[in-house]
Ligand binder design. Structure first.
Ligand code: ADP
Length: 484
């Protein structure tokens, strides 16, 4: 028996409602594929609108009790869940690799990162504060209290099947909210396993439900239209985020939106080039490029562009591509055929527009959805990949001559999630960090994600923050109580 066959023997594939594996009312299932082979990994229960309302009924039934549960108790459950996820790192990592494709070491890193949100928010659960003060006139007292927003719908993407869930579930549970998760249809297995770990950790039935669905809107629309739901938190494309904001407006829901990115990665002439190459490898190739924080446009001072491009090309050309679970693999397949074809079309478009291929440039034949790790230089401004998220292992290099030009290029996008800059000049680092329109800036580092920092974007990249001390605020209402 392989490790995965052993894991699959008792893999949860039913809906998770009210603390139980539950069959959908309509009885349907849908297949989940292994992107390394294209074969079916599992048939998963397919939720519909009636199942969604069952999950909401169970959430509403326990919402008040959960919100009034002692913060220390909520904290202890999150802490136990962190311990259990960590103890099951290998199972989660294997599952993530098999349903999403990324290389096993990357999946292990995701499990560590994803679990960390449970530990972090177990610590935040007992630090929910208000304030108390005298009004300026001296005539009254102002008390400010915080309380749970209420039943929350969390819609998650496939690129980090665990971490994008825990980054929402952690703060929501810490704040006292019940949560219904609609995981991505490509990767629902990880979230179903997490729900069972939460139950084993002592989470009461109804507080967390998981509803995989082949048709996302058939589950989410009835929830968004129900006035008992009070919040929607979403990570995914800007296109879907706009639809959800429209639906949320009808019901005046609290919203958190982590949407698309188009991160600039700036390398100035005074940068430590080897460090910049290492940072670009992380910013570009982490998760096979399938990250909203991925360096989408690598902007390099023309005085160092040849050296940087040569060194980056050497590193990217040497990457080992293969099934994520094969030892030694550094880059796995893309998540599905549509993503691989999208990346291929973006590369073809850039080359037609005048970009030069330094390495890679094409899909890899055979089973699975592989694409060669690619470096493109001299990508012209009208290439589609300059405006759109690549979401694949393709580095797009663009030259600049002045700091002003670099900042203008960096900001010439509707997105504003992450940005990176490499320089040895502290004044420049501060100046450029201030001038860049984005929610996060990495200075001389290629990865910004940190459980203790607020993750979030501006412009079309979204609303709100996840992680840090800011993350829990997204799940808390503020109340002012005036005393005479
Ligand atoms: P990606 O482009 O990364 O696949 P999507 O925005 O399409 O991102 O998907 C992110 C999540 O949003 C997934 O869970 C998906 O099922 C869900 N989703 C897609 N379309 C809708 C919709 N119309 N309403 C609600 N959720 C949706």
């Amino acid at each position: 028996m392989t490790d995965f066959e052993r894991l699959r023997a008792d893999l949860p594939t039913a809906l998770w409602i009210d603390g139980n594996r539950t069959d959908p009312i309509d009885g349907g299932t849908f297949p989940v594929h292994d992107p390394a082979t294209g074969t079916v990994l599992a048939q998963v229960a397919d939720a519909g609108g009636k199942d969604a309302l069952r999950a909401l009924d169970s959430a509403v039934a326990v919402q008040d009790t959960w919100a009034r549960t002692a913060p220390r108790e909520r904290s202890a459950i999150l802490r136990t869940a962190w311990e259990k996820v960590t103890a099951h790192t290998e199972d989660f990592a294997l599952l993530i690799t098999r349903e999403m494709g990324k290389a096993l070491p990357e999946s292990r890193a995701e499990v560590r990162y994803g679990a960390e949100f449970l530990r972090w928010f177990s610590e935040e659960a007992v630090r929910i504060h208000g304030r108390y003060g005298v009004s300026p006139s001296g005539a009254g007292r102002i008390a400010v209290t915080k309380s749970a927003v209420g039943p929350t719908l969390a819609i998650t993407p496939w690129n980090f099947p665990l971490a994008m869930g825990t980054r929402k579930i952690g703060p929501a549970l810490a704040a006292g909210c019940t949560v219904i998760v609609k995981p991505a249809e490509d990767t629902p297995l990880t979230m179903l396993l997490l729900a069972e770990i939460f139950a084993e950790s002592g989470l009461p039935a109804g507080v967390l439900s998981v509803l995989p669905a082949s048709d996302a809107a058939s589950v989410t629309d009835p929830l968004l239209a129900d006035s008992r739901l009070r919040k929607v938190t979403f990570t995914g494309s800007t296109r879907v985020g706009k639809i959800l904001l429209g639906r949320a407006a009808e019901n005046i829901l609290r919203t958190s939106m982590e949407l698309g990115g188009n991160a600039p990665f700036l390398v100035f002439g005074d940068a430590d080039i080897d460090a910049a190459v290492a940072g670009a490898m992380a910013a570009k190739m982490r998760n096979g490029g399938e990250a909203c924080t991925a360096a989408n446009r690598i902007l390099v001072d023309n005085s160092v562009r040849d050296e940087f491009t040569e060194k980056l090309t050497e590193r990217i050309a040497a990457l080992t591509v293969g099934p994520g679970s094969t030892p030694g693999t550094e880059v796995g397949p893309l998540v599905n055929a549509a993503q691989r074809d999208r990346v291929a079309a973006l590369v073809e478009d850039a080359v037609t527009a005048g970009a030069r291929i330094r390495t890679g440039g094409a899909p890899i034949d055979g089973p699975g959805y592989f694409f060669q790790p690619t470096v493109l230089d001299e990508v012209p401004p009208h290439a589609r990949m300059v405006k759109e998220e690549i979401f694949g292992p393709v580095a797009a290099i663009i030259g600049f001559d002045t700091e002003r030009e670099a900042i203008d290029l960096a900001n010439d996008t509707e997105f504003g999630l992450a940005a990176y800059l490499y320089t040895r000049d502290l004044d420049r680092a501060l100046r450029v960090s201030d001038a860049i329109e984005s929610g996060m800036v990495g200075v001389n580092r290629g990865i910004v994600s940190d459980v203790a920092a607020p993750f979030g974007g501006i412009k079309h990249s979204g609303l709100g923050s996840e992680g840090g001390s800011e993350g829990i605020e997204e799940y808390l209402n503020t109340k002012y109580i005036g005393f005479a």
